[in-house]
Design a protein around this ligand. Sequence first.
Ligand code: G3H
Length: 238
Amino acid sequence: MPPCSSELLDNPINRDKVRTIYLSRHGESENNLFGRIGGDADLSSRGEQYARALGYYINTLPQPCHKVITSRLHRTQQTAQYVQAQKEIRHEIDEINSGEHDNMTYEDIAANFPVEFALRDRDKLNYRYPKGESYMDVVKRLKPMMAELELEDNILIISHQATLRCMLTCLLEGNLAELPYLKIPLHTIIKLTISDAGVSMEYHRIPVECVDTFRPKPENCEISRNLAAACQTVPFHL
Ligand code: G3H
């Protein structure tokens, strides 16, 4: 499997210019609480607390961010509301489009579309949701914007689990096979420092409780599996 940079970037990352990119998912949303994927829900009350904490963290950095980039979805813009920086909305960093499965829980999809659900588990990188996107589609739509980031100084990007998996894999020259299962927890700031020494990464967990949305690959990815096997790794939700 080739490194992601060749798929996502025309040129290697420019390491001559020292800069910091802060990445964050939106705060916990109402959909996260109920285990629903996609959608355009508002923040939960804990997500709102995270937005305040993120604003404080970014606004008090010794070297402030001059810009915060969000997706078109409400939950990212609500998460950016306390950040004192120029705001930019970009469609390229919208969450993966889950098409006809948008706003459903994993259990709903497993029960109503068992073959689709198993096909995704078998090849999560290339699986395309009906009338939606695959992870590779997200990689392709991000490509021009990733090149633009070369020109930016310190910035904050507030985006989504799937999109940030793609961005991080590119910036760290990670492996495409591991991309769909990278851990990008809620309420965590990922600090990437780019310099001629390479790209270093630090996770800063902000102490505001939230659900875990990570669903590991289940042991059984057969199309003939039963509902319990399909839902074996679904994380807890209300
Ligand atoms: O709502 C979509 C999720 O952030 C993507 O999660 O690709 O791990 O199912 P998943």
